[in-house]
Design a protein around this ligand. Structure first.
Ligand SMILES: NC(=O)c1ccc[n+]([C@@H]2O[C@H](COP(=O)([O-])OP(=O)(O)OC[C@H]3O[C@@H](n4cnc5c(N)ncnc54)[C@H](O)[C@@H]3O)[C@@H](O)[C@H]2O)c1
Length: 356
């Protein structure tokens, strides 16, 4: 029988969850949002019914699983309530606001014996998927250093809204975007244990909100009467067991000349190196072949890379909930990334390298 999904949080990403679920053979049966009109619109678009309260959605016997796509501040509460009601959960990133919240979610998931998968969707992009196969096949040898970045020139999401309000988001681009690249690179390298981190955070563009000029926007235009008390750029070096170092830069806003800095992931190993943009359509392996230094460009899955990533995430969630396969991005992964994020914030505050 098709998995019957409920959507918890019918905002931008809640709707993307519904579309991906439907494309991959699940049914979307219920939708809840704090704003009833958003739940109704999402439900109407995806052939579901809107539920008046979260309790009502979770009480439904015809809901097997939920996608939790609410602001970060509500991740733990919604995930825990869903697990306690016996629902499988696909939980958006970041796992929660704090490590303590992650531990509470993990504890409840273990007792509920339900699937808890994390929304680290970048792992499923065609480039990331190809990169993982090359790393696992040994084509890079020992990977000792990684660079990863997401740069936006002016792209503070919903400036003044929940993304830029620390009490609702937990932070800026580090907890928003950094979790994606930190998870992706850790996963590519075999999920080593993070030991120490050194980082810094900067806030240069968000306030006063009325002065902000932007070229790209996620989550609505700036709200002049809103709050911006989070960073807009974060940089870090993370040291892992075995000697791997990961250098990360994530920014919502920065004075970057047009096109000068490309997002991407670069892996450096003693046999080969890799470069790709997460949702780009190509990847290059720098290696030596037949005694010559060579660049190899494997052909990636054609089509929309973002849609491929979402499809893969949903196929994995279906495998986990219906066929007993271990969740692809686990709660332990979510917690590991949360620990790194907390260490980077702490390092920035204390201006020194800290233990993860
Ligand atoms: N996987 C990705 O690539 C990706 C991309 C963007 C956002 N996200 C994550 O998805 C989640 C939602 O982000 P979004 O961009 O869809 O946000 P959004 O603001 O568009 O949607 C959030 C929805 O949750 C509802 N909501 C439910 N409970 C709430 C509460 N307690 N407080 C406030 N609002 C509540 C809001 O009414 C809103 O409709 C976040 O955790 C974010 O980090 C993931």
């Amino acid at each position: 029988m098709a998995l019957r999904l409920g959507i918890v949080g019918a905002g931008a990403i809640g709707n993307v969850h519904a579309e991906a679920a439907l494309r991959n053979g699940a049914r979307v049966v219920g939708v809840w949002d704090l704003h009833a009109e958003r739940a109704a619109a999402c439900a109407a678009r995806h052939g579901a019914t809107a539920d008046a309260t979260l309790d009502a959605l979770l009480a439904r016997a015809d809901v097997d699983a939920v996608a939790v796509a609410v602001p970060n501040v509500a991740h733990a509460e919604c995930a825990i309530r869903a697990l306690e009601k016996g629902k499988h959960v696909l939980l958006e990133k970041p796992m929660a606001m704090t490590l303590e919240e992650c531990d509470r979610i993990i504890d409840v998931a273990a007792r509920a014996n339900r699937v808890l998968q994390l929304g680290f969707v970048c792992r499923g992009s065609p480039a990331a998927h190809a990169a993982k196969a090359l790393v696992d096949a040994g084509r890079l040898g020992r990977v000792y250093h990684v660079k990863c970045s997401i740069y936006r020139r002016r792209g503070i999401p919903g400036l003044g809204g929940w993304f830029t309000t620390k009490s609702q988001s937990g932070g800026g681009p580090l907890i928003d975007l950094g979790v994606h690249v930190l998870d992706l690179t850790r996963w590519l390298c075999g999920s080593p244990k993070a030991l120490r981190a050194s980082g810094a955070c900067y806030a240069s563009f968000g306030s006063p909100i009325a002065n902000y000029r932007y070229v790209e926007m996620w989550a609505g235009p700036p709200r002049a009467d809103g709050v911006c008390d989070v960073e807009d750029h974060a940089t870090a070096l993370v040291r892992y067991e075995g000697g791997l170092t990961v250098e990360m830069n994530v920014t919502w806003a920065m004075n970057i000349p047009d096109g000068a800095m490309k997002d991407g992931v670069f892996l450096f190993g003693d046999k080969g190196g890799l470069a790709f943009q997460i949702f780009g359509n190509d990847l290059t392996l720098a290696t030596e072949e037949h005694g010559r230094i060579a660049d190899v460009k494997p052909i990636l899955e054609p089509g929309d890379a973002l849609a491929h990533a979402w499809d893969r995430q949903y196929r994995q969630f279906l495998d986990a909930t219906q066929r007993g396969v271990a969740p692809h991005a686990s709660a332990a992964d979510g917690r590991a990334i949360q620990a790194i994020v907390e260490a980077i914030y702490r390092s920035g505050r204390e201006a020194r390298e800290v233990e993860v």
